[in-house]
Design a protein around this ligand. Structure first.
Ligand code: F0G
Length: 500
């Protein structure tokens, strides 16, 4: 629809002008810093930062009801810059001029309700939000669209000529970073650091295909993270990990989309996310808090983070019920099928602690929880979900396993409807499915395949056929007829088909 065709009261709000005053605020000392330069840690106390709009209160002058109409009408606007996460421009990047926004198709991923059979089996009403349907097949594109739009803005309007973007990654951040950086080539180039042999072949192929410089490092993600932190503090590079607060802003779009999907009615909703570096759960809380603050939603949903027993520092932290006595300690991780979340020392932990506290206070009750699941549960529920119409990655399976655990613990009951974040596409992690189906999980994972979940291709090559087609040597005439007949017979026999 063309802008002039929208209702008159909506027209002035459809295409936002740059506005607001974004600042970095330190979560340690409370220091505030301008955004002219990229900052990742507080120059004074080295704590992590978040971006705040110091003119946020202006947004409260518009009633929540009006905001809802603006966001709903923007759905019909045919303007690429506002087709993705910047539909919520005023919350995600208010200072951003439209011409700096980079949109590669991210955002507005489908929310798919599970079949009646699967809901019954899992014990709750639930949906998957398929963030694997983003351009690089994971939710990371949301934050990367925000970070690279900001870099694009600096290149256009700041005194920056070129940028080398770097990140450490368990695979998906690097895929997204390399993709968005390559769109801004030649002024932006990218380098990614990956833990050697700890990303899947599909994930490795992504930054290679986008032309990034790819470095493989011995150790796990936490080791790679230390190296990029060192690089970003000592060299002239732009850090694209979620330590970069622009990433968090972009990932808030997930909350806004979920709210919009449910017509902004968040009462009795539960959102479940896997937790690794803890950027996603940070963004989720921050997003819902902002929507509550400007009156777009009236209730905060319950948020449940899920961790594997093999990488569970956030779960461990919240095991202590008394907030005063909680103490964060990094853990050593073991191999996990939720490999992208295999992180022992999450960079966003101070953000989680701060925001969960604020979230529970605003909700007037505890609404943020963390549950733990086994590797076996993750794998089994991942496979079960996909046997019933989903395209969930192992981390989506982790969410489903977490939901089943939360139902058992009484956190979720029949009054709730639940959204599970399938953070990546199933295809990125198909090697774990293969390991399960072929019963070759190394012992350290602790996964034993259940026969009823195993599937394997069956070769149909009737013994009595002398000739079968081969590449470059097709069959013809009688031998082709014989081949078709025998193979059909064999398949009909295996499927126990009856003749019509
Ligand atoms: N799911 C997937 C598919 C991921 O790639 C990640 C994180 C997570 C869940 C955990 O999210 O870190 O925000 O708590 N992957 C990062 C990476 C660390 O490098 O790709 P988080």
């Amino acid at each position: 629809m063309r802008p002039e065709d929208f209702p008159h009261d909506i027209q002035p709000h459809l295409v936002p002008e740059p506005q607001g005053r974004l600042i970095y605020r330190c979560l340690g000392c409370g220091g505030e810093f301008g955004i002219e330069k990229l900052l990742y840690i507080c120059p004074d106390c080295r704590s992590v930062l978040l971006l705040y709009d110091s003119a946020f209160d202006r947004l409260k002058e518009t009633p929540g009801k009006v905001w809802r109409r603006i966001f709903d009408y923007r759905r019909m606007l045919n303007m690429p810059a506002l087709n993705g996460i910047y539909r919520y421009h005023e919350l995600i990047g208010p200072v951003m001029p439209i011409d700096s926004i980079v949109w590669l198709g991210e955002g507005h991923t489908p929310v798919v309700e599970a079949s009646a059979y699967l809901q019954e089996r899992a014990g709750a009403r639930f949906f998957f939000k398929n963030d694997g349907q983003n351009p690089s097949a994971s939710f990371k594109d949301r934050g990367m669209a925000s970070a690279l739009s900001y870099i694009n803005y600096l290149l256009k309007y700041g005194d920056v000529d070129e940028i080398l973007a770097v990140c450490a990654s368990t695979g998906d951040t690097s895929a997204a970073a390399a993709l968005y950086a390559s769109y801004l080539y030649p002024r932006v180039k990218s380098a990614v650091l990956l833990p050697h042999k700890r990303v899947t072949p599909q994930q490795l192929s992504q930054p290679l295909g986008s032309g990034a410089m790819v470095f493989e490092i011995p150790g796990v993600f936490d080791d790679c993270m230390k190296v990029v932190e060192q690089l970003s503090e000592n060299y002239n590079v732009a850090l694209l990990n979620s330590k970069n607060a622009w990433r968090i802003l972009g990932q808030e779009s997930y909350s806004y989309e979920v709210a919009q999907f449910f017509e902004y009615d968040m009462k009795n909703r539960v959102i479940i996310v896997p937790v690794g570096n803890a950027g996603n759960i940070t963004a989720l809380m921050s997003g819902f808090l902002k929507f509550l603050d400007i009156g777009v939603i009236e209730d905060l949903p319950i948020i449940i983070g899920v961790q594997s027993v093999h990488a569970n520092p956030v779960y461990q932290y919240y095991l202590e019920e008394d907030p005063e006595r909680r103490h964060f300690e990094a853990v050593h991780v073991s191999p996990s099928v939720a490999q992208a979340a295999m992180i022992g020392n999450p960079v966003s932990m101070p953000r989680v602690i701060r925001l969960a506290d604020q979230y529970n206070r605003m909700a007037g009750d505890r609404k943020v929880f963390v549950v733990e699941v086994s590797e076996q549960e993750i794998m089994d529920w991942h496979l079960i979900a996909n046997r019933h119409g989903h395209v969930s990655c192992t981390h989506g399976g982790e969410c489903l396993a977490g939901m089943v655990t939360a139902v058992k613990q009484g956190l979720i009951d029949s009054s709730h409807s639940v959204v599970l974040d399938s953070t990546a596409h199933a295809l990125k992690f198909s090697n774990f499915q293969e390991m399960y189906f072929e019963n070759r999980f190394p012992e350290e994972y602790g996964v034993v395949p259940k026969s009823e979940l195993i599937n394997a291709p069956m070769l149909v090559r009737p013994e009595d056929l002398d000739e079968v087609p081969e590449s470059g040597k097709p069959l013809a005439g009688k031998s082709l007829d014989r081949f078709i007949n025998r193979v059909s017979e064999e398949i009909a026999h295996r499927l126990e088909l009856k003749k019509v």
